[in-house]
Ligand binder design. Structure first.
Ligand code: SAH
Length: 464
């Protein structure tokens, strides 16, 4: 409970006045205390009938200055004969840290002062509540979700991103994301569906559902439902949406149920982003990734068994603290063995606040990191070129996104880039393209006359 303290000097009338002030303060919810430091309100009821009484009051007043200035919520009231019927300008300016000046027997100014504060606090709370309510009403009237990731001006993209899990609660030792994006939290399924519908209504044909570990969608809901498969099924129902992707997956959370959904649902693209980061078990353990190279190998076999035409993308960090030549070689070897469609390569860099930055020496020299990076890049270019060659003379389905240097540019279900020339406006169309040239990073081809009307064909090659 809030407390008050009254210091009184002088005649009985002052004593009576102080009692009255005390009663008023108690009506406002205060209780008395003998300790000034416990009090929120202190009243000095003064007497000037003798110099000695005045001196005492002045001494007390001076000693209360630090008490008052320590805490802006405190109130100091000066009352009685030192104030007089009307406080003199000289008195007012001499004690600027006094909040209220009261004539003898006059408690009203203090009561008003305290009530004003209470009312101001209540008004602030009411205003905050009203503001929250108004925001809620406006959100309901104009849902953020449907427009959140598109600007209202400019051309609608053909492919758009939709976040489904914000933040990350995993603790990879090198990674700053959990510190900057907060704990993992899933968006409500209905909100995601509504947003996707909005995007499709504006012309979007492909969406990519995003999460740091997207497979953990719904883990923070009761009974972990809806999960990512439920979400994919819900989004799959949306008319006019032709392609769905999701990323990034984590090797420890990719279930067969999820892979089977990709195989079963025709609009789900055969494209899995699942980073390995390193091919050596000790490095993986120090990264706190939670799997071994053998686990990852088995996962890739599982993905390929369930989704034979899947393109698998991975992320790699070279030069993690303590990574030896031999350990790096294991990364190189497993990539050679698994022949994944894409590898996003990064040289390790210590990020502030992360476990690896705090506890592990960044001991692989920069030029060594660059060398390892270049070795993987060359390997990746060679493998990609070989893998892309398989598409030569095949007819693939391309969703056309835009024009680039006089050619149409789009992607296959496996997310391979395809360029082709055509007089028609094919933006946002599904076009069968026969591949005539392949390189490591893209392919070129010739478009068929007849476009694909809806995306109900199973993924992969087009059957004539
Ligand atoms: N949540 C996803 C993506 C994280 S950030 C995942 O865990 O896979 C994208 C990529 O950046 C990571 O996969 C990793 O390869 C790389 N990366 C993250 N932190 C890094 C660091 N400190 N130094 C170098 N590369 C890093």
């Amino acid at each position: 409970m809030k407390k008050y303290h009254i210091w009184t000097i002088g005649c009985q009338m002052n004593v009576a006045d102080s009692t009255h002030v005390g009663a008023e303060l108690e009506k406002l919810g205060y209780e008395p205390t003998n300790h000034i430091d416990d009090a929120e309100v202190v009243v000095l009821n003064t007497c000037v009938v003798r110099q000695s009484a005045e001196n005492k009051a002045l001494g007390k007043l001076g000693s209360l200055k630090p008490w008052r200035l320590q805490d802006p919520n405190r109130t100091l009231a000066l009352m009685g004969c030192m104030v007089g019927v009307r406080p003199s300008p000289k008195l007012l300016s001499a004690y600027p840290w006094v909040d209220v000046f009261m004539a003898p027997s006059e408690s009203r100014p203090l009561v008003d002062h305290i009530r004003n504060r209470m009312i101001a606090e209540e008004l602030r709370a009411i205003a905050a509540q009203q503001l929250a309510r108004r925001h809620q009403l406006l959100d309901e009237a104009y849902p953020l979700a449907s427009l959140k990731h598109l600007s209202l001006s400019g051309e609608t993209p053909v492919a758009a991103y939709v976040p489904v899990v914000y933040g990350c609660s995993h603790a990879c030792t090198y990674c700053i994301i959990p510190f900057r994006r907060g704990v993992e939290r899933s968006r409500p399924l209905q909100e995601i569906v509504a947003e996707t519908r909005g995007l499709v209504a504006q012309g979007v044909r492909e969406i990519t559902l995003l999460g740091q570990i997207v497979d953990r969608y719904g883990y923070d809901f009761p009974d972990r439902r809806p999960n990512l498969v439920d979400l994919l099924e819900a989004v799959h129902e949306i008319d006019g949406l032709w392609r769905i992707r999701f990323l990034t997956s984590h090797p420890s959370y990719m279930t067969d149920e999820l892979l089977e959904a990709v195989a079963r649902l025709p609009r789900l693209m055969p494209h899995i982003e699942v980073p390995i980061q390193a091919g050596d078990d000790q490095v993986l353990a120090r990264m706190k990734r939670g799997y071994t190279a053998e686990d990852y190998r088995r996962l890739i076999a599982r993905i390929r068994a369930i989704i034979p035409q899947a393109a698998i993308h991975t992320d790699i960090i070279v030069g993690f603290p303590g990574e030896t030549e031999e350990q790096f070689q294991r990364t190189y070897d497993i990539l050679e063995e698994l022949r994944l469609e894409k590898a996003h390569l990064a040289r390790y860099s210590p990020r502030p606040g992360t476990v690896s930055a705090r506890r592990m020496a960044d001991d692989v020299p920069d030029e060594e990191k660059r060398r390892r990076h270049q070795l993987l890049e060359a390997q990746h270019e060679r493998i990609s070129a070989e893998l892309n060659r398989r598409w030569l003379h095949q007819t693939v389905e391309v969703l056309v996104e835009d024009r680039h240097k006089g050619k149409w540019r789009g992607r296959t279900p496996q997310n391979r880039l395809v360029f082709f020339e055509d007089e028609r406006n094919l933006r946002g169309q599904l076009v069968p393209v026969t591949i005539t040239w392949t390189g490591p990073w893209s392919m070129q081809g010739v478009a068929a006359d007849r476009l694909i009307e809806t995306r109900d064909i199973p993924t992969g090659l087009i059957v004539h």
